[in-house]
Ligand binder design. Structure first.
Ligand code: FNR
Length: 362
């Protein structure tokens, strides 16, 4: 369908389901095991209601914010996803340049379909910030070489993924493999994660080593409890991403928005303006609407990550135009919803604008 006929993010998802190969659709859209976390992560936004304030002169809205010292035109960044080539053969270089065009930040994965050099070269200027997602190899010399390489290429921050010491079991992927006459990965999970990208031996003490090999800010991606949020802060990292890997790691792990509510309740200091200057709390998983962004920010998140929708937006040969339309949709939804809730700046979004009683009591 023509791009102009797509009205919201859900429309991109429908197109992607039709256009992607069975393997591509299963890889992108699936969650772990029974997909309970996948569903919960999305559904919780519908259980949180907004409390709009009226008569506040909302004629001019500004959606721009600061992420780790960089200006972003929207309070969102593009989350890292592997195997972009199912969606488009130039997935990562497109996302890199679209981020530049739209004034937002792209976080490239450790394992893109294109080279890291190509993704950095695709920036619209040398000043365009890019974040790097790190699977920190158990082989420290390898991990060090990778971090120093992306630092020299111009990365602005290292996001260490900490929610996947081993691979979550995605059964839809396995079904596609079995249908194609291949072996399901289940039996080989422990082995493949040990020999591949993932590092089951990663521990808190490793952060000291990581800080010693890079000058870049370090953020932990995949914090899932208030306890670990507190530990992360104590270990002196520059931020955390509340994330359950888009429901792909541990099934029935709580929705990241519940983790944010936990932090509000038990460690609200982590969201205070003073702490925020050196420690930012991000969140990803299931963000599909401008109102989702508003809920996360009102409850204290500094910015949100958006993953799957960017993959979907590249399908059907939409490529760059698709990804730009997606950003435009989110921008329009966010601006409209900010006006309707009575916020002209992102910093006007406050906890009182959200009623999370239903989400908390269930
Ligand atoms: C991911 N995610 C991910 N995260 C990461 O740190 N390294 C990676 O290589 C990948 N790969 C990946 C592939 C695919 C297909 C998906 C869908 C996700 C997780 C990703 O960064 C992010 O946490 C979630 O995707 C956010 O949820 P939504 O926006 O997809 O609902």
């Amino acid at each position: 369908p023509p791009l102009t006929s797509l009205i919201n993010i859900g429309d991109f998802e429908k197109v992607a389901e039709k256009c992607l190969s069975a393997a591509g659709w299963a890889y992108y859209s699936s969650g772990a095991e029974g997909e309970i976390s996948l569903d919960d992560t999305r559904r919780i936004f519908n259980k949180i209601s907004l409390r709009p304030r009226i008569m506040r002169n909302v004629e001019s809205i500004s959606t721009s914010i600061n992420i780790l010292g960089h200006t972003s035109s929207l309070p969102l960044y593009i989350s890292p996803t592997g195997l972009g080539r199912y969606a488009h053969k130039e997935a990562e270089t497109i996302l890199s340049s679209v981020a530049g065009d739209e004034g937002i930040i792209y976080m490239m994965p450790t394992s893109p379909s294109q080279s890291h050099d190509a993704i950095f070269s695709a920036r619209i200027s040398k000043d365009q910030p890019l974040f790097f997602q790190l699977y920190s190899s158990r082989d420290r010399s390898k991990a060090k070489a990778l971090v120093q390489k992306v630092e020299s290429l111009g990365a602005s921050a290292i996001f260490v993924t900490v929610d996947s010491p081993v691979l979550g079991r995605r059964e839809r992927d396995d079904r596609v493999k079995v249908a194609a006459g291949e072996q399901a990965t289940q039996a080989g999970v422990a082995k493949s994660s040990a020999t591949g990208l993932l590092n089951p031996t990663l521990i808190w003490e490793d952060l000291k080593w990581l800080k010693g090999v890079t000058r870049l800010p370090i953020v932990l991606k995949g914090v899932q409890t208030v306890e670990d949020a507190i530990l992360a802060h104590r270990h002196g990292v520059q931020g955390i991403v509340l994330s359950n890997h888009g429901g792909r790691s541990l099934d029935t792990a709580q929705a990241p928005m519940l983790t944010l509510l936990e932090i509000r309740k038990y460690a609200p200091y982590l969201l205070s303006p003073t702490i925020r200057q050196g420690f930012q709390v991000f969140i990803d998983g299931g963000i599909r609407r401008g109102t989702d962004i508003i809920k996360a920010l009102a409850l204290g998140a500094s910015a949100v990550g958006v993953g799957r929708p960017f993959l979907y937006s590249l399908t059907a040969e939409y490529g760059k135009a698709g990804a730009r339309r997606l950003v435009q949709m989110l921008r329009t939804e966010l601006e409209t919803s900010m006006a309707l809730i009575g916020a002209v700046e992102v910093t006007d979004l406050a906890p009182e604008m959200v009623n999370s009683e239903r989400a908390e009591s269930e």
